[in-house]
Design a protein around this ligand. Structure first.
Ligand code: MF3
Ligand code: CO
Length: 264
């Protein structure tokens, strides 16, 4: 069942979603070659707790950390650990914050200095596909219109659109109805109504769209080891059109101040 949120609910959810952006910005200050993903997770967890929030992911279906950190060929759900970030890597960081009972869920893919032009374009296009999808979040349009928009845009560049994981409704729970695939047919799926809030999260690969789950049952990587990008926003459907509750503004300001990161 699709939950409909009041204007007050949406304002509360915005607070949570903005805290996710603040957390990702904080974490991004520490991204540099040689740092482990476990270290970045510690930074995030402490930051979330200091804000009075709860790391939504930790303990979710047994997930052991506060962030998902997915490097290069890892598409999503990389578990923080001993892997070190290297020059030229791309690092997708997905974060959830529960605050006052409302969940924010957002992700950004960072590029280390030395990233190739080809991979840099993958990031640009994936982020652009997210905003194109968001433009479809209007009353009367359908989820399939958004899905189709993301798919056709990314496939124009020859990229792979991952099928195994989707966006979702988000609210008091991290995963609510409807499912929001990044591929599909126009005119299909649930109709957008005022008060719906969805997390849109294109997962796009430079190569083949096929992915597999590693033995830890979380880590999702491309079968061909091609790099993958992931960007995620929480979006409310309002009478005036889409309202993006999360934000990349603080993240992108912070990227400018980290000499180890490339601006995309
Ligand atoms: N953004 C991801 C999702 O919507 C985050 C979930 S990771 C989990 O599925 F570990 F918490 F499951
Ligand atoms: Co999500």
């Amino acid at each position: 069942m699709i939950q409909i949120k009041s204007k007050e609910d949406i304002e509360q959810q915005r607070v949570s979603a903005l805290k996710v952006g603040d957390t990702l910005a904080e974490v991004s200050k520490y991204i540099k070659p040689g740092v482990t993903t476990a270290y970045l997770d510690k930074i995030a967890e402490q930051y979330i707790l200091d804000m009075g929030g709860i790391p939504t992911f930790k303990g979710y279906c047994g997930y052991p950390a506060s962030l998902c950190i997915s490097i290069n060929e890892v598409v999503v759900h990389g578990i923080p650990g001993k892997r070190e970030i290297k020059e030229g890597d791309i690092v997708s960081i997905d974060c959830g914050v529960t605050y006052n009972g409302w969940v924010g869920d957002s992700a950004y893919t960072f590029a280390l200095k030395g990233v190739s032009e080809e991979v840099s374009q993958l990031l640009k296009v994936t982020k652009q596909s997210l905003y194109r999808g968001i433009d479809k979040c209007k009353v009367g349009q359908r989820v399939g219109d958004l899905s189709n928009c993301i798919q056709t845009y990314c496939e124009e560049f020859g990229y792979g659109v991952v099928r195994e994981l989707c966006g979702h409704g988000v609210g008091r729970q991290m995963h609510e109805d409807p499912s929001v695939p990044n591929y599909g047919k126009k005119g299909t799926g649930p109709k957008f109504r005022e008060g719906m809030v969805i997390a849109i999260e294109p997962m796009i690969t430079l190569g083949n769209k096929e992915v597999l789950f590693e033995a830890d049952r979380w880590t999702c990587r491309t079968v061909d080891y091609s790099p993958a990008a992931h960007f995620e926003h929480d979006v409310a459907i309002t009478a005036d059109g889409p309202d993006i509750l999360s934000s990349f503004d603080v993240i992108e300001q912070t990227i400018k101040t980290n000499i180890n990161l490339e601006q995309i």
